[in-house]
Design a protein around this ligand. Structure first.
Ligand code: TXA
Ligand code: MG
Length: 317
């Protein structure tokens, strides 16, 4: 791990590291982000491993300008209006994914929407332009810790997991970006943050409510983003196959099966399995699987988040 001062060489090295699949921490005007190439599922999985998150939340994807955002998400009128007014800046807009959106399913937790942000910090801007790929980045702290506003905070929390920390001094806002869902006619606030709700309302020319439907109360963090819900019925910790089941396998020793089988990681690598999880669930649905036998997955490292997700997916509503 290296902490690098803000020079052109440092930005070039950080961009190369990102493109090579490594994690890079970088300053934004809100907080420091733990960045990965958003199109590389393995790199995105490494973010969750580094943060020690017990579950997979959809992450924010950073791009250098509104044009780059429009290539990944569909700009509604409200999105164009708010993007034009507040980007670059501490605002994240949740949009419907473009059909050819290259963002990895793990970064969006398998959703059909993507959260996009154009940060204003000059070092973040330089990195995004040099990397020439969308960069997904949650705050660069371990799960449960406070968000970092200096390179030293990042080093203390995540030093071992990142290739490079770009040092841009203290993040000026110190509070995460405000997240607004602009997928529908009426935009709603999903998370309060560095851009005040009044400013957004003023730009829209009308009040903006919280997603909870209650005008003055944000929904609980767990309600902020839904996850992809598979249609197929999942049977967990399956050792053998039953009639008509598809198989979601893990590791080298796979039960005998006749039909559709997807192996999350033939070598038994939990980072690889996490990277493949949401795409695999979608693939099983797309293939029309009704019932799926899911092999046991160890509950260590990213296995905890994988099992959390599978348990939710297995619950019959
Ligand atoms: O200031 C920030 O926003 C920092 C800096 C590094 O940019 N980033 C950050 O990222 O806080 P992250 O990934 O931790 O923020 C995720 C937030 C959560 O509230 C999540 O629920 C919401 O964005 N979110 C992400 N994708 C979403 C989606 N597709 N639909 C709804 N909410 C989404
Ligand atoms: Mg955070």
């Amino acid at each position: 791990m290296a902490i690098l001062e803000a020079t052109d060489e440092a930005v070039a090295a950080a961009a190369a590291a990102l493109r090579g699949g490594a994690l890079v921490a970088f300053p934004t005007e809100t907080v420091y982000g733990l960045g990965a190439d958003a199109t590389n599922a393995r790199a995105v999985a490494a973010i969750f491993a580094a943060k020690g998150r017990p579950h997979f939340n959809p992450l924010i994807v950073h791009v250098p300008d509104i044009e780059a955002a429009a290539r990944l998400g569909r700009l509604t009128d409200a999105a164009s209006q708010l993007g034009a007014r507040f980007w670059p800046g501490p605002l994240t807009l949740v949009m419907a994914k473009q059909p050819d959106c290259r963002v990895a399913d793990l970064a969006t937790a398998g959703l059909d929407t993507v959260a996009l942000r154009v940060p204003a910090h000059p070092l973040a801007q330089a990195l995004l332009r040099a990397a020439d790929t969308p960069v997904t980045a949650p705050s660069a702290n371990r799960s449960g810790h406070v968000s970092p506003t200096t390179a030293a905070h990042v080093e203390a929390d995540l030093g071992a997991a990142v290739a490079i920390i770009l040092d841009g001094g203290t993040a000026p806002i110190g509070l995460e970006s405000t997240v607004v869902d602009v997928t529908r006619d009426e935009p709603v606030v999903l998370r309060l943050g560095g851009l005040a709700r009044e400013c957004i309302a003023h730009a829209l020319g009308r009040p903006i409510a919280f997603a909870s439907g209650e005008p003055d109360r944000p929904s609980s963090p767990g309600m902020l983003a839904r996850h992809y819900a598979p249609k197929a019925r999942l049977r967990l910790v399956a050792r053998e196959m039953r009639e008509g089941e598809a198989l979601l396998a893990f590791g080298p020793a796979v039960p005998r099966h006749g039909g559709l089988a997807i192996n999350l990681s033939p070598s038994g690598d939990l980072v690889e399995a996490a990277a493949n999880l949401f795409s695999a669930l979608r693939e099983l649905d797309a293939a029309g699987a009704v019932a799926v036998a899911v092999m046991a997955i160890p509950c260590t490292g990213l296995g905890e988040a994988i099992n959390d997700r599978l348990q939710r997916a297995a619950k019959v509503e």
